[in-house]
Design a protein around this ligand. Structure first.
Ligand code: TXA
Ligand code: MG
Length: 313
């Protein structure tokens, strides 16, 4: 069994695996990542293979030291201010690459840009430090299925196909990081996530463009509409569920599982992926229904994920 307690000894062993080109799943505050050494093309290629992920879909580099960002990305005062304010934390920055590092081409899917983030989880940070390289890590799930928020979720998807899973307990945020595109003058939201855009806008004092502003242009390459998908047909914004539906509620209501009885969106985000898995595996129902979630704060990320879950294609 490759699930290991995240103690010092196992983190050191995991760091050695990363350095040598192996794959380690590790906890972050958002979801579990499937990590490899950014410079090791064998390791990076292995991520695409085990996840069944298209190689044109680039990976986020995880760093433990802010200085690493300027090593291979073109930074400016705006990027540095955002990093200083929100890192470590659930924010990923998309920046133009410096062209000094062809060895990270595969991780960046050959694009002239790179995404970077510093996760707010002591196990992740220690693993990156001990590995002495940035770690590329997509969510540790088979492509297009539900992201993992526990070590067991990772094991359920990959079993013994990866070298180690570091168990750090359930993820505190529960949805992936917010991705901001900083490559043009006006900042764009590429993916709603664990850091509310209201918070970022308040800090910057400027509006971030979202898909509502320019719908066709804003998408991360991996943001295909069918994503995070349970196998069961899923309906959203449901107030009256049907007999054969597993009902995931929100607020004070009767349901099989409640994302948050007190309508706390942080609590709801933390529960979302685990509840989708439970609903998907429930033998007594053939479909899933989810109650309406307000579209503010972390509700933006929750709605993004459940809309994708409800798409057929
Ligand atoms: O919270 C997170 O961000 C988690 C944890 C493990 O850190 N990681 C994660 O990675 O969600 P992944 O690969 O599942 O999602 C990253 C998204 C993908 O949709 C990818 O297409 C997009 O970011 N992305 C990465 N690099 C990009 C780039 N250079 N340009 C545009 N989109 C990029
Ligand atoms: Mg993912």
């Amino acid at each position: 069994m490759s699930i290991k307690a995240a103690n010092t000894e196992n983190i050191l062993q995991a760091a050695q695996i990363i350095k040598d080109g192996g794959l380690v799943s590790f906890p972050t505050e958002t979801v579990y990542g499937l990590g490899a050494n950014v410079y090791n093309s064998f390791g990076v290629a292995h991520i695409f293979a085990v996840k069944k992920r298209p190689t044109f879909n680039p990976l986020i580099s995880h760093i433990a030291d802010i200085d690493f960002m300027s090593e291979y990305a073109q930074t400016d005062s705006r990027a540095i201010a955002l990093a200083k304010k929100f890192w470590p934390g659930p924010l990923t920055l998309l920046l133009n690459r410096k062209d000094n590092n062809p060895s990270i081409d595969l991780a960046c899917a050959g694009l002239p840009s790179i995404t970077v983030r510093m996760p707010n989880n002591p196990i992740a940070l220690e693993l990156i430090k001990q590995s002495q390289v940035p770690i590329v890590a997509p969510s540790a799930n088979i492509s297009q299925s539900i992201s993992p928020t526990t070590a067991q979720h990772v094991y359920d998807d990959f079993g013994e196909k990866i070298d180690m899973i570091l168990d750090g307990g359930p993820c505190s945020v529960g949805v992936e990081s917010t991705i901001l595109d900083l490559t043009s003058k006006q900042i764009r939201l590429l993916r709603a996530g664990g850091l509310a855009i209201e918070e970022i806008q308040a800090f910057l004092g400027e509006k971030i463009l979202t898909s509502e502003d320019i719908p066709a242009k804003i998408t991360a390459p991996g943001q295909m509409s069918k994503h995070y998908a349970p196998k069961k047909a899923t309906r959203i914004n449901v107030t009256t569920p049907q007999e054969d539906e597993f009902f995931i509620g929100f607020g004070n209501m009767e349901c099989q599982l409640n994302l948050s009885k007190t309508q706390d969106l942080h609590e709801a985000a933390g529960n979302l992926f685990a509840y989708l898995r439970t609903a998907n595996e429930d033998a007594n129902t053939s479909k899933i229904a989810i109650a309406p979630i307000p579209n503010i704060g972390l509700g933006l990320a929750i709605n993004d994920r459940i809309i994708r879950a409800s798409k057929k294609e």
